[in-house]
Write a protein that binds this ligand. Structure first.
Ligand SMILES: CC(C)(COP(=O)(O)OP(=O)(O)OC[C@H]1O[C@@H](n2cnc3c(N)ncnc32)[C@H](O)[C@@H]1OP(=O)(O)O)[C@@H](O)C(=O)NCCC(=O)NCCS
Length: 174
């Protein structure tokens, strides 16, 4: 990453920026109500990546660069949403957010991280594969809008040492 970002929990004041990114990124965008519910949900984390003051990359909207929402459920981290502002993609922001979700999993002694992704979302599939997520299933016609299958993916995080050699190890589902 050619600039430093900070990451902190979602605040209500972030929601207009979050919705702008969400509507620009997702075929079935979450609503304001959905994000507010996550703020109040005990087992949910919504982390927001923020640009440093001074707008070093000339982004049109300094401030919120991206976000991730994940739940801690039954010894698992479930990633429900992740998006990065279009003008700030391929700079490692999503990678940083996923690393933080994995770290949370380690702290909570979770066994795995799981998620669902549209079959055609090659950018997201590449991102998850780069961490060692593997495909564990497929749900045909899962998404209503732009009807499409969901690919189910998992990353075993029961051995934190895997962090040291993500690409060298052969990960397995949990
Ligand atoms: C998927 C998404 C979150 C990735 O965010 P990002 O900040 O651009 O991702 P990163 O810069 O951290 O990428 C990390 C790695 O993922 C892979 N990757 C990310 N975007 C990619 C793309 N468009 N094409 C190929 N590989 C890609 C690469 O391996 C990349 O590493 P590299 O840049 O060193 O090659 C972003 O494209 C996005 O917001 N998409 C719309 C919302 C979405 O699809 N969310 C996922 C729903 S499951």
């Amino acid at each position: 990453m050619d600039f430093e970002i900070t990451v902190s929990p979602l605040a209500k004041s972030d929601i207009p920026s979050i919705l702008e990114i969400e509507y620009d990124s997702q075929p079935e965008p979450w609503t304001e109500k959905a994000f507010l519910e996550e703020i109040n949900r005990a087992n949910s984390s919504v982390l927001v990546a923020r640009l440093p003051a001074g707008d070093p990359v000339g982004a049109p909207f300094p401030g919120v660069a991206g976000y991730i929402c994940f739940w801690s459920v039954a010894g698992e981290i479930q990633i429900l949403n992740i998006a990065v502002r279009k003008t700030l993609r391929r700079r490692g922001i999503a990678r940083k957010l996923i690393e933080l979700a994995i770290r949370t999993g380690w702290e909570q002694h979770a066994g795995c991280v799981s998620l669902e992704v549209r079959k055609s979302n090659s950018a997201a599939l590449k991102l998850y594969e780069s961490f060692g997520f593997i495909v564990t299933g497929e749900r045909p016609n899962y998404y209503e809008v732009q009807k499409e299958s969901a690919i189910l993916m998992e990353l075993d995080i029961s051995e934190p040492e895997q962090e040291k050699n993500r690409e060298g190890n052969l990960p397995h589902g949990c």
